[in-house]
Write a protein that binds this ligand. Sequence first.
Ligand code: HEM
Length: 442
Amino acid sequence: MPRSPNHDEPRSHKGRGSRGVGVTRRAVLSGAAMLGVGAGIDHVLSGSQGAGGSRVGSAETLAGAVPFYGIHQAGIATSPQGYLYFATFDVLGRSARALADLLQRWSVAAAAMTAGREYAPTSDRPVAAPADTGEALDLAPAQLTITFGFGPSLFGTGPRGRFGLAARKPDLLEVLPAFPGEQLDPLRSNGDLCVQACANDPQVAFRAIHVLSRIAAQDAILRWTQLGFRKPSTGDANASTPRNLLGFKDGTNNVRGDDQAAMSRFVWVQRGDRPDWMTGGTYLVTRRIQIVFPGWDVLSIQEQERAIGRYKVSGSPLGSRREHDPVDLRATTSGGAPVIPIDAHVRVAAPATNGGRRILRRGYSYSGGMTTGPLDRGGHQIDGGLFFIACVRDPRRQFIPLMQRVATRDALAAFTLHIGSGLFACPPGARAGGFVGEGLFA
Ligand code: HEM
């Protein structure tokens, strides 16, 4: 298992009126993790065997805890877990102090929840409303990660900005420009703050957002949320690649979270990139991309493969035999036509056609059941797609030009509709005792 980039030990919550519940529960949980006990874990494990029985994760790994404190926030380099609950908030208050206080309370709660502990147990005060909503009481940590980010609107406009923080706004943090063909819903876009909760148990991810939104109470309100699912991964290079809702393997040519050189070059904001408080952080892009299933589902397999540029079953590039063979964009047929069509997604998005620039994709499939949105033209259609998440060091040089190409030259554009969008600056991780985003207020 690749070592998590977050090595610091979480802060102990003993002696805070918890009556040692955290310690007891952790012992119980590690036992549970070994056995894979608990409804959520059983569910995850039943779906964790890849094609051909390849091992994608042990009960212990999938149920275990990912440290919250560290140099980088967890949930970025972390191998993607099976479930996503993504939430954005708009801040109600006007003072920087209240904002910092909210981030501090969120960090304390996130550290407890990711370690599999209760947040501020109140079981000794049965007349008070519990701070921890309780739905994860018997569940393992399930590799819960909670990642926080700041949207452009948090900084406001004008000389001082909303919280007097205008001067500290990263230049790169701007609302994404409009791209051809998109039909953005403002209620699925942007926001002052984002919280990405990922876990191998959907109830654990739900409880994280539930507790954090309760803590936000008078300080911030939910703006939009997004649930997602995918095959969980432990980062094992031999594990089979998850498939997206088009039925294609998705993630073959991705930056790996344990590839330190690529992460430093393409994902983590480096010392010298401005502003200083973002060093060790990243910019997180979200796009809710609806798939036009009525159009896609009637294509022949060959047409689908030509749109992606890879074979559907094996995932190998067209003209190659194995999934991880290099994508040969120069190969031609005997008639002189490119083997990988000019508008194939993997050609349009390839680093070779994008100045060598790469991005870390960490998206999740989603389903909203049935469409009631832009695609609903009187008929009932299945609603689903990709909640695309990408993390980059520089959105202006990496994501925006790439997205422009995908929107205008890509065969997939005819079968997808972008209906939500966001860009968030995710600060570096917190040290034990500190909080995520502390550097913004320094
Ligand atoms: C519903 C929308 C999308 C679907 C279904 C989709 C699907 C896929 C698939 C099947 C692959 C090939 C396997 C792989 O290497 O991971 C791929 C590769 C890739 N996609 Fe997408 N994608 C979508 C949207 C996007 C968007 C919006 C971007 C960026 C703006 C993007 C960027 C990339 C990149 C960079 C690669 C790797 C290309 C390479 O180096 O070979 N994708 N995508």
